[in-house]
Design a protein around this ligand. Structure first.
Ligand SMILES: [Zn+2]
Length: 393
């Protein structure tokens, strides 16, 4: 009678042992599964990274630094970081080269063909994301800050830009810049969510010094990579284009005795209107053409306040101005391009300042910009002037 409880006990220990082994196996399998879930949002995602400029096109320059070199170096670091997380990464260029068609480095079609080649790589590879890396420069040395751009109509692009911006801002706690919609040819033409990352201003002494250090370049690459990772955590399927228009404010119409001239704020973060007063009876007698000419000349002359800045070269001339079907067609002298002071961010805000200043006039709903008689050129090489810019751009 004594033996039975012992047998039962032994049996119980056996059963218990089997259960424990079973539980350990479960936990083991579970934890393996858990870790693969955490990193799997990036596995086999195809990311095309585009180091901006290259070869014959150095991009922005300052104190011996060239934008093309910084863009490439940070892109290579980003490639390594993303590859280690399981992505398939393709660079549009891995060396110092450009994509100009042979014999077409200059001229209005050159830049478009150059950018098209970069976009084609992303299309051919069926990329999930397209990331173009750029560096800024501006004559005012105190302007600084990393920034991201997305296409106005791309909701996934906006999310991606915001997530990357959030990570970049953690490297730069005093950076108040937010991701913005921008009218850049690269992100306009890409078939997949696309973002331009501006890694900082080589014209700002502090940021230039940081940008020269390997550690800082690594942290930028890490930050962009983490932003991309968070994007795929939100959209595991890799959301494709383009769902929703993100609203953006435009200029208010002018009142009867003032008009406004929109200048970039000195941190290049937004447009600030400056009022210009004019006798109401004089203003009311002006034709739309005369009003347009007046406000445009004020814009070229530059701001009166020190908190705003000039981005149109002062020698720029208006070669012609016509208004057709509500579109102001402005032909600027080539100074606007040849003496252009900055990178992509400056280019974007320069065009916005022209568009906002012109479209405040009732009767003007859009602006077309020519340079030296040519349509489709570019002021700084990121935005092609091959379309009419509507009020909200
Ligand atoms: Zn650039």
């Amino acid at each position: 009678m004594l033996q039975r409880p012992i047998i039962v006990l032994i049996r119980r220990i056996w059963v218990l042992g089997i259960i424990i082994v079973f539980i350990i196996t479960l936990i083991g399998a579970g934890s393996i599964k858990l870790t693969s879930v955490i990193s799997s949002s990036l596995i086999n995602k195809v990311i095309v990274i585009d180091p901006g400029h290259g070869g014959a096109d150095p991009g922005a320059k300052n104190s011996g630094l060239q934008e093309k070199d910084i863009n490439l170096d940070i892109s290579l670091r980003l490639r390594d970081s993303l590859k280690s997380k399981g992505c398939i990464v393709i660079l549009t260029r891995e060396v110092d080269k450009d994509f100009y068609l042979p014999g077409y480095v200059l001229g209005r079609m050159a830049k478009r063909a150059e950018l098209d080649q970069r976009i084609n790589i992303a299309t051919d590879k069926n990329a999930d994301l397209f990331i173009s890396v750029h560096t800024n420069s501006f004559p005012r040395p105190n302007t600084y800050g990393m920034e991201t751009y997305y296409h106005l109509k791309s909701y996934p692009g906006k999310v991606l830009a915001e997530l990357i911006q959030k990570q970049l801002t953690q490297l730069q706690s005093d950076n108040k810049r937010k991701s913005k919609a921008g009218d850049y040819y690269l992100i306009n033409q890409s078939k997949m969510p696309a973002v331009i990352v501006e890694v900082g201003f080589i014209s700002n002494p502090r940021e230039r010094n940081l940008l020269m250090s390997n550690n800082y370049r690594d942290s930028i690459a890490e930050a962009i990579g983490t932003g991309i990772e968070h994007y795929f955590d939100n959209f595991p399927q890799g959301l494709r284009e383009s769902i929703q228009t993100v609203s953006q404010e435009g200029p208010p119409s002018n009142s009867e005795d003032t008009y406004k001239v929109y200048f970039p704020s000195s941190d290049l973060d937004n447009l600030v209107p400056e009022d210009r007063y004019i006798n109401r009876s004089v203003w009311s007698k002006l034709t739309l053409y005369q009003k347009s000419n007046l406000v445009l000349n004020e814009l070229i002359q530059g701001p009166l306040t020190v908190t705003s800045t000039r981005t149109i070269a002062p020698k720029t001339k208006i070669l012609s101005l016509t208004i057709q079907n509500g579109v102001a067609i402005i032909d600027f002298s080539k100074d606007i391009r040849d003496d252009f002071p900055g990178g992509a961010l400056v280019e974007d805000i320069t065009i916005k300042s022209i568009v906002w200043t012109m479209t405040q006039l009732p009767g003007i709903n859009g602006v077309s910009i020519l340079i030296n008689g040519e349509y489709g050129d570019s002021i700084g090489g990121h935005i092609l002037l091959d379309h009419t810019f509507p009020i909200q751009s």
